[in-house]
Design a protein around this ligand. Structure first.
Ligand code: G3P
Ligand code: MG
Length: 246
């Protein structure tokens, strides 16, 4: 399995980072406007089983709503304010926007506890349908091995990345078991031995969340392939230069 395109070095985190409401269409638009070629967002199911872009299992931090996302029906979710008058987008709306802008979408399957299977099944099937015939396929990632195994079975042509906070010694075995192609990890929770092994095995390493130029430069110089950032402003110039050099 191949990656969908040369991996951009900078990836807008949670839709559009911290300069727009997270996991919203406004955030994705901002990322595209600032020159980003890739955007990561989190996907969770509503009570109706519809995939929406949201990070937390509960609504309070990022929206005007209350309670659990997985217990809230679509009509209620769609009416909430996700910041600055934005709505919580569906995966379908985000996919359409990414395709329109030519963005690589890193779709993070973020299941509510106990909903790993159901979430992965819906998201994998929708990814296949929503990116049908697309020049740039999404990259599906998850902390959940169960979710990635389902994505492998239901959407085998869509590349997968395995997410870790601290990277375990057997990360490559786990990645292989779900047919993954990329390793996604916390920028402050892995060492040189992981990068060396990844380089030997030809696995790109993607690090979250990097919000300083110095940290980004160091990671990229050490062999990290891409960083996720909330600070879209910091890397906009670098994105434009990278784009021009392609
Ligand atoms: O996918 C990278 C990163 O988004 C994982 O952490 O909690 O921001 O979803 P989190
Ligand atoms: Mg995420």
């Amino acid at each position: 399995m191949r990656l969908p395109l040369p991996l951009p070095r900078w990836i807008a985190h949670r839709g559009g980072g911290s300069l727009a409401p997270e996991n919203t269409l406004a955030g994705i638009r901002l990322a595209a406007r600032l020159g980003y070629r890739a955007v990561e967002f989190d996907v969770m199911l509503s009570a109706d089983g519809t995939p929406f872009l949201i990070h937390d299992e509960t609504l309070e931090r990022t929206t005007s709503g209350q309670g659990r996302v997985c217990a809230t029906p679509d009509d209620v979710l769609l009416a909430l304010d996700a910041g600055d008058g934005e709505h919580i987008p569906t995966l379908a709306a985000a996919a359409a926007l990414c395709r329109q802008y030519g963005l690589l979408a890193n779709v993070e399957i973020k299941p509510a506890a106990g909903y790993e299977r159901q979430t992965a099944e819906v998201v994998a099937r929708q990814c296949v349908a929503l990116w049908q015939g697309a020049a740039i396929l999404p990259l599906i990632s998850s902390f959940s091995m169960v979710a990635l195994a389902i994505a492998r079975d239901l959407a085998p042509a869509i590349p997968r990345g395995l997410l870790f906070d601290a990277v375990p010694a057997d990360w490559h075995r786990q990645l292989q078991s779900v047919g993954g192609v990329t390793l996604h990890c916390n920028a402050r929770q892995f060492g040189g031995e992981v990068l060396a092994e990844a380089a030997t095995k030809g696995v790109p390493v993607l690090c979250y969340t990097v919000n300083s130029l110095a940290e980004s430069e160091k990671l990229l110089a050490n062999g990290v392939s891409a960083v996720f950032t909330d600070r879209l402003d910091l890397f906009a110039g670098a994105c434009a230069i990278e784009d021009a050099s392609r």
